[in-house]
Design a protein around this ligand. Structure first.
Ligand code: ATP
Length: 233
């Protein structure tokens, strides 16, 4: 569904991606993992079109999206749960959810406000609270709910559970598993390798702006040397 082929991205004269290649197969959970500063967020920004690449190609569902503006990429059906959640602090939960809603996948059974509230009952209880009154876990549920309200075909989560307590993390993993079961394609960035491995199909380790290793969950979790070398764990 998504394919990056030798993508090169710069911040001014500083190169951050050096021939980055990655694939997300339809209906699968793919992870992008690596230590801080290796290029995960840069990869996400390049996919969604907020950073322009200077080389290589990105295809989404067969269509070349390299160079397209971010709003066009979103309309093709790529939804983002950004690092730091970025919810609107002065809007209520309800307003956050409906502000950007759309049916970009053209689904016959789209995500609606009611459906998102059923999926995250906690948000139902907080419907009239402002974004800045929510806990970190509630903010992340809201960020996921807001992305679902776009009815994406591919959902990207940049740091899916960063800073969240173990119980909340478990809830997020359960929900992501349900989304996978519903057929949604997911690209997941997170540091909790062992927690996300059970729901993931394929992993890409990024090291200095390029892929250093690619494999399945067994290959990743069972290889202590690999984890120590590239992930520092
Ligand atoms: P983290 O887990 O810390 O978010 P990351 O893997 O997402 O790390 P990126 O944020 O993509 O890494 O950063 C990749 C490289 O690009 C780093 O060397 C970083 O210093 C550099 N970089 C990121 N943002 C900028 C920027 N706005 N200007 C210049 N260099 C940047």
């Amino acid at each position: 569904m998504l394919e990056l082929n030798k993508v090169e991205t710069f911040y001014g004269t500083i190169q951050a991606l050096f021939g980055m290649s990655l694939r997300c197969e339809q209906g699968q959970v793919t992870t992008l993992i690596g230590r801080n500063g290796m290029g995960k967020t840069t990869t996400v920004s390049t996919i969604i079109g907020t950073l322009a690449s200077r080389g290589g190609e990105i295809r989404f569902d067969g269509e070349v999206v390299t160079g397209k503006p971010a709003y066009e990429v979103a309309q093709l059906g790529i939804g983002l749960v950004p690092e730091g959640r970025q919810i609107f602090p002065n809007l209520s939960v309800r307003e956050n959810l409906i502000a950007t809603a759309a049916n970009y996948s053209g689904s016959s059974d789209p995500w609606t406000l009611d459906k998102v509230l059923e999926f995250f009952p906690r948000l139902h209880e907080r419907l009239d609270n402002q974004g800045n009154q929510l806990s970190g876990g509630e903010q992340q549920m809201l960020a996921i709910g807001r992305a679902l309200m776009l009815n994406p075909r591919l959902l990207i989560l940049d740091e899916a559970t960063e800073g969240l307590a173990p119980l909340i993390r478990q809830e997020i993993w359960r929900r992501l598993e349900q989304l996978k079961e519903s057929g949604l394609t997911i690209l997941l960035i997170d540091k909790n390798i062992d927690e996300m491995a059970p729901i993931a199909d394929r992993h890409f380790i990024i090291e200095k702006g390029q892929v250093a290793w690619e494999g399945d969950s067994d290959g990743l979790t069972g290889d202590a040397e690999l984890k120590a070398r590239y992930l520092g764990i």
